[in-house]
Design a protein around this ligand. Structure first.
Ligand SMILES: N[C@@H](CCC(=O)N[C@@H](CS)C(=O)NCC(=O)O)C(=O)O
Length: 229
């Protein structure tokens, strides 16, 4: 085993997989990939017995054989093995903020995540956010605006960092569900939608795997609000 091996879920729908994949693609770190299917009758864990004890995607096998089953652990470990890539910002203040933002994303925003599952194949024109989702959006506005004011944009903590990779799926949800946010936050969402690596992943999402009914909403569909590729 001489390289990283990353197992991912359906690109259209697997938000955690997008984070894990960005950690490699955005920094040009070579890895082999394999995909489980959310339409398979078997569980994710059953589809990747070689990645045990990991039971969710993304799951990473390190070149030395160790298995990681959590995206934050993957980020920390890959960043530690590639200090030259500055996946965490080198500036101490930016680095501290990036860690804080990443931790908050990893642990939070459950209302938004539950109400608006990532679906890179659809955008909706008439989705109404409930109060809990509005609270998550207000919190995103606060922390993104604070970080962007310090960094000057377009990314949260200087150059694109792990924090940005972690917020990419949330940006896709805000775009796809047409959720109302501040102008500064909207610019940050637009930066994600136009990001080269995000575009590559979305193309995979558009072409790979079946449409999954459980991710579809009854809302009116509108064109995707970002570049096609
Ligand atoms: N805390 C994990 C969460 C990963 C996760 O929940 N992945 C979902 C797909 S987006 C999954 O594999 N679900 C399958 C399952 O729970 O059985 C991480 O940060 O990687």
């Amino acid at each position: 085993m001489s390289e990283y091996h990353l197992v991912l879920g359906d690109p259209a729908y697997s938000s955690w997989s997008l984070r894990g994949w960005l950690l490699f693609h955005r920094w040009d770190i070579p890895c082999s990939t394999a995909f489980v299917s959310f339409s398979d009758d078997r569980s994710v864990a059953e589809q990747m017995p070689d990645m045990a004890p990991a039971k969710t995607v993304p799951a990473l096998r390190l070149p030395d054989g160790a298995i990681l089953g959590d995206s934050l652990a993957i980020a920390e470990e890959v960043a530690a093995r590639h200090p030259d890539h500055a996946m965490w910002p080198t500036d101490p203040a930016f680095r501290a903020r990036a860690r804080d933002l990443t931790a908050e994303m990893h642990a939070g925003f459950m209302a938004l995540r539950n109400a608006c599952p990532m679906n890179l194949r659809c955008a909706y024109g008439d989705f109404t956010a409930d109060d809990a989702v509005e609270r998550d959006l207000a919190r995103l506005d606060v922390i993104w605006t604070h970080a962007l004011n310090q960094s000057g944009g377009p990314w949260l903590c200087g150059d694109y960092s792990i924090a940005d990779a972690f917020y990419a799926p949330v940006a896709a949800r805000i775009a796809g569900y047409g959720l109302a946010i501040s102008f500064e936050a909207a610019d940050y969402v637009a930066a994600h939608l136009a990001d080269r690596s995000f575009l590559v992943w979305r193309q995979m999402g558009l072409t790979q795997g079946p449409d999954l009914k459980r991710y579809a909403m009854d809302n009116r569909q509108v064109p995707w609000p970002g570049p096609a590729g």
